[in-house]
Design a protein around this ligand. Structure first.
Ligand code: SF4
Ligand code: SF4
Length: 373
């Protein structure tokens, strides 16, 4: 009770300060400050809580490459669909991947046509499933950032411990700092400050993002997922923008340390090594993925199964790539709410529970907009 009253007062104070901070930042820039929330969970938290309308007029918010499902390259989706159709394969996945459309199909469609696709909440459940089903080749889809990868590494450890011959991982993991480097090197990027992913930072540590300020001169704040965390990070960013300073600040000290989680990093280093990876919208980003080390190649689906599929293009008009780079927002896409809706998605940003288009569709698209469309 005491705590929530304190938070309420703190929130009121922040809201009082916002317009003058935003005004000072806008005067310095000569335009409205643009802030990117890199993490998909922040995108959803901002949309769901109505913070976007609270912040409208003070800042412009853009989403970034922070949803692991959205940034999975279309060709990788096609490879997954092809894999699902190999005889004897059981695809094990988190639920979000089910409806992501590839070039001609999705896991959901293939499951309806008879492919074996099982949804699990933890990769260890998939290992148990493989042990119960020795006649199936169980392939776990390793889609996620630094946060998810340690649990998937532990599933390889469990499968190795049980000497399971029928459990592999298709590692499509992505690392956030390298894609931030790519984003920041883009001369067209007009983002003035970054709200950094809290969960990813619990693993990487704050220092892993220092380059944003030191090398690229932009302020950044590692942020938690409560409204108060987000509001506070916006204030910290606006203050820096108005002063012309740039630091990478830890605004999530209750969970994030300077160096991150040593144990989780050791687990990652045991099973994975950094590798080049393709990101939707960004193309090849050097050393931004995690490949399974040779030592564990018997658990590597890409080594065990032939998965070559031709180069593909996203659907005509789909703007997912530019949305993930912070160049466009959901309603800028010509397919938004027309050829692309949550019940009939054309791109992953409308499918994923952390996708920018789904967030906009569910929480910011008014009844009036619906009538006009
Ligand atoms: S894993 Fe964590 S940091 Fe990454 S998108 Fe999800 S919530 Fe954000
Ligand atoms: S509206 Fe659909 S097609 Fe357009 S960017 Fe969003 S997800 Fe992609």
């Amino acid at each position: 009770m005491q705590n929530s009253r304190l938070e309420l007062n703190f929130g009121r104070e922040i809201l009082k300060m916002l317009p003058s901070l935003a005004g000072a930042a806008a005067r310095r820039l000569g335009r409205t400050p643009v802030i990117m929330e890199v993490c998909g969970t922040h995108t959803m938290a901002i949309a769901r809580s109505g913070l976007k309308s609270v912040l409208a007029g003070c800042i412009e918010l853009r989403s970034g490459p922070g949803c692991p499902v959205c940034v999975t390259d279309q060709r990788d989706i096609d490879r997954i669909v092809a894999l699902a159709n190999l005889p004897g394969i059981a695809i094990a996945t988190f639920g979000d991947m089910l409806r992501v459309p590839g070039t001609g199909s999705s896991l959901e469609l293939e499951r309806a046509r008879g492919a074996c696709v099982e949804i699990f909440y933890s990769p260890l459940e998939a290992v148990a499933y493989a042990a119960r089903n020795p006649g199936k080749e169980v392939v776990f889809l390793g889609v996620g950032f630094e946060t998810t990868a340690p649990a998937i590494a532990l599933s390889i450890a469990a499968a190795a411990g049980q000497k399971l011959p029928n459990y592999t991982v298709l590692s499509l993991h992505k690392l956030v700092p390298p894609v931030m480097e790519t984003l920041l090197s883009d001369p067209e990027l007009t983002v003035d400050g970054f709200i950094l992913p809290g969960h990813v930072s619990t693993i990487t540590g704050r220092k892993a993002f220092d380059f944003i300020s030191l090398k690229y001169g932009r302020p950044a704040v590692v942020t938690g997922f409560e409204e108060i965390d987000i509001l506070q990070s916006v204030c910290l960013l606006l203050k820096q923008i108005s002063e012309g300073s740039a630091r990478t600040v830890n605004g999530y000290k209750r969970l994030v340390r300077e160096e991150g989680n040593k144990k989780a990093k050791e687990i990652l280093a045991e099973y994975f090594k950094p590798a080049d990876a393709f990101w939707r919208g960004f193309g090849l980003v050097p050393q931004s993925g995690l490949a399974i080390k040779e030592k564990y190649s018997r658990f590597d689906a890409s080594a065990k199964f032939a998965l070559d599929t031709p180069e593909t293009q996203p659907p005509k008009g789909c703007a997912c790539g530019d949305i993930l780079k912070g160049k466009l927002t959901a309603p800028d896409c010509p397919l938004f709410a027309r050829a692309c809706t949550p019940s009939s998605p054309a791109g992953p940003c409308m499918v994923s529970s952390e996708g920018a288009c789904a967030a906009y569709y569910h929480y910011e698209w008014s009844e009036q907009d619906r009538e006009v469309n």
